[in-house]
Structures are given as C-alpha cells and as structure tokens.
Design a protein around this ligand. Sequence first.
Ligand code: ADP
Length: 240
Amino acid sequence: MNGLALSDVTAGYHAEDLVLNGVSLGVPKGRTTVLIGPNGSGKSTALRVLCGLLSAREGRVELDGEDVNATPPHERVRLGLGVLPQGRSVFPSLTVRQNIELGAWTFRRDRRGRRRRVEELLDRYPVLAERSEVLAGRLSGGQQRLTEIARMMMSDPDYVLIDEPGAGLAPVFVQDVYEEIRALADEGKGVLLVDQNVRKAMTLADYVYVLELGRKRQEGSPERFTEDLTGVVREWLRIE
Ligand code: ADP
C-alpha cells in the first residue's frame, strides 16, 4: 500500500516502559496529516519511529508498503523521507547555500547534480536566493526555518515529517512557514505535522490523529474535531 504508516506499533526508550502502545496511523501522499495530543503523549516518539531514530518493538513501520523498521535514517531519506526537526538546526557560520547543500550529504548526488538542485531550490525560494551567500546565523528566524525546509527538499522527499514548525518563531513568520507546509502537500507530498499550535495545524489538516498516553485516542477529519471535541480534549488542545 502506498503511504507512510505505523501499524500496531509499540515502542519505548527503556525496557520497562512503553511510550507507544499499539499505535496505527497513516500518512498518504498529497495530504496533511496532523498528530496532536497533550505533552508527553508520544507524538515526538512516533516521529522518531517513523524516521528511524528509534525502532518499533512490535508492529510495522511502512514506507510505500515496505517494512522499514530495520532501515537506518539515512536510508529512509534515500527512500523518500524528509524530516524537519524541532528547533533551530541551521549551521550559523555556513552560508545559506552551504546549509541547503548539506541536505544531500546522505544522497551522494554528483557534485554538479547537487549544485543544480541547490539552484532549483534557490529559484523556488527567492528570499533565500537573495541571501544565498549570507551566513545563516544572520538570517531572521523565519528565513532560517525556510533554509531548513529547503535543506530538507534537497532529496525531493515523497513524505515529510514536521515537528512544531512554528516553535520559537516570531508570530510574523509563523504564517509563512505554514504556507510553505501547505505548498508541500499541494504538490503531492505526504505531510505529517506534529503541532502544539492546534488551531494553526487544523487550518492545514486533512486528517487528524489524537494521542493520549501513548495510545490513539481519536482520529478523523478536522471538522469532526472542532465540532465534537470532548471537554477533556478541548482542555488539552487549548481550544476554548
Ligand atoms: P510528546 O511529543 O507528545 O510531548 P514524547 O514522545 O516526547 O511526547 O514523550 C513521550 C514519553 O516518552 C514521555 O513520558 C517522555 O518522558 C518519554 N521520553 C521522551 N523522550 C525520551 C528519551 N529520550 N528517553 C526516555 N524517555 C523519553
């Protein structure tokens, strides 16, 4: 089956604890799937299992029908998975261009192919093109985030995992970042978005999963969630 998926996955960091307990979810191409839930419910752990930083103990981790649970992270990038981690991850003393090019380090594209891809991405993001030789540490937070998105795009992923994209950004930049995420899904990528900013995430969501204590509590279309969230879930999600 096409898509990125967890199927009955259990996972944890220590032998005695289970942080994910039988979680199943699917991320189809061309859609934005949003994963929400209270702090500590296992959202980031689910992303780690999907990108290969943590192995599932039981269940399947599927990328277009293949079980990739034993596949290391850089191989998953080669298979079509992109990751935008939480927090700042640009190298401040490298230029914007160098930061973007680093997105291909696992890819071993030939140098000319790599350069061509950087040019394509600079064409796509004119704000970065204007600053391609500037040290990334001198950019605004929003431009740094865009640099990180461009770096992720070096491998032209089919699926992207995005963790708290607006965290730490001034509100003025947050909307731009969400617009870019929308564009990724519009051009056919499967987006999995983990977000504490539930209102914002709901504006992009095609489908929503709610985790609680490592289990899937609910799933459905975003309309359903805004209409019949229980009081408890409303409180978690900070929806008045
Ligand atoms: P969320 O992203 O929903 O806030 P996490 O996946 O970060 O939740 O955390 C789920 C649980 O796993 C929490 O109880 C947390 O303490 C635990 N946890 C997260 N990361 C680690 C780690 N590196 N080592 C041990 N326990 C962890």
